[in-house]
Design a binder for this molecule. Structure first.
Ligand code: ADE
Ligand code: ZN
Length: 347
């Protein structure tokens, strides 16, 4: 006898709902199969003998143990077509999960330090996003600085990217990612000030592994519009109140937090506590190829583990549109689309 697990009606309702994804590293969407196909196409030698051996290495103990493999995976990306293929593969998965708007991070320094021009990276990603837009998926692109590298490197990257912000209207902001511990937001205050002076949107990973002090720095020194992860804010009551009062959203990634041992069990995830305190939390996939699921799997895992109810799931979905970098008119249309769906669907 085979036992088929039943999907809860609310998990199904969330899966079919229109949603925005606000925290996805495009290099983290590279599935092992595509890594091997690109390695072969580009004659890049990998440290793993097979797709299975690579997948078996995805047993992470913390953020750094993941990043080491993530950067190795990205080493197969060389041509514009590689960046196109990676991005289009993500868009297919996003469309299947009813993502109608996505705001994508990319890490140019991972590629420029291997001799791949930033123009190649952006051209390939943007061409795929333009094609996906014709199929109903709108998007923005956010350039992330690698925080384990120097401030000078970030400044040089920003200068090199400046003409691209003008050429690609989809590129609307900058972010900060990679190894958090020992690399506080303050290290990047000046490059964020330059980005702000250009009118760009600002986000930063903070409070994933790092302390609440890093979230304060992201808010006060970098002046970010959103905080990526931010789950450790729960350790500081005044910070939680401030996030709730100012409606600075957190882009939370439940499966990432579990895989990187931020929480040892999904039932211990703090998303519901943050939601109860009025913080604008959203649910996202981070690096879906590495953490065992795209956005709908993240919704499923967190709804099930924390026993979220209909209203809570609606609020999270609505937050994804509220916190996105679309125009007020686009936001209103997206929320109306969600409302039409939510009131018509039964959980
Ligand atoms: N780069 C890709 N995924 C990341 C994460 N979860 N935290 C920091 N940097 C990242
Ligand atoms: Zn991330």
């Amino acid at each position: 006898m085979t036992i088929t697990p039943t999907i809860s009606p609310l998990v199904l309702k969330a899966a079919r709902a229109p949603k925005a994804e606000l925290h996805i590293h495009i290099e983290g969407s590279l599935e092992p199969e595509l890594i091997f196909a690109l390695a072969q196409r580009n004659h890049v030698e990998l440290a793993y003998a097979s797709i299975e051996a690579l997948r078996a290495a995805y047993a992470f103990t913390d953020l750094q143990s993941f990043l080491d493999i993530y950067y190795a995976g990205a080493s197969v990306l060389l041509t514009e077509q590689d960046f196109y293929d990676m991005t289009m593969a993500y868009c297919e998965r996003a469309l299947a999960d009813n993502v109608v708007h996505t705001e994508i991070f990319f890490d140019p320094q991972t590629h420029t330090e291997r001799g791949v021009p930033i123009e190649t990276v952006v051209a390939g990603i943007d061409r795929a996003l333009a094609d996906a837009e014709k199929r109903g998926l709108t998007s923005k692109l956010i350039l992330c600085f690698l925080r384990h590298l120097s401030e000078a490197d970030a400044l040089a990257t920003f200068d090199a990217a400046l003409p691209l912000f003008a050429r690609y209207p989809r590129m609307i902001g900058v972010g900060l990612d990679s190894s958090e511990r020992g690399h506080p937001p303050s290290k990047f205050e000046r490059v964020f000030a330059k980005a702000r002076a250009q009118g760009l949107k600002l986000v930063a990973h903070a409070g994933e592994e790092g302390p609440p002090a890093y979230i304060y720095e992201a808010l006060d020194l970098l002046k970010v519009d959103r905080v990526d992860h931010g789950v450790r804010s729960i350790e500081d009551k005044a910070l939680v109140t401030r996030l709730a009062d100012t409606r600075v959203a957190l882009t939370v990634c439940p499966l990432s937090n579990l895989k990187l041992c931020v929480f040892d069990d999904m039932t211990k995830h703090t998303l519901k506590k943050l939601l109860d305190e009025g913080v604008a939390v959203t649910v996202n996939s981070d690096d879906p190829a590495y953490f065992g699921g795209y956005v709908n799997e993240n919704f499923s895992a967190i709804i099930t583990a924390l026993q979220l109810d209909d209203q809570e799931v609606y609020t999270i979905l609505r937050n994804s549109f509220e916190a996105s970098f679309v125009t007020p008119e686009e936001r209103a249309a997206l929320i109306a689309k969600l409302d039409r769906y939510w009131s018509g669907a039964v959980a």
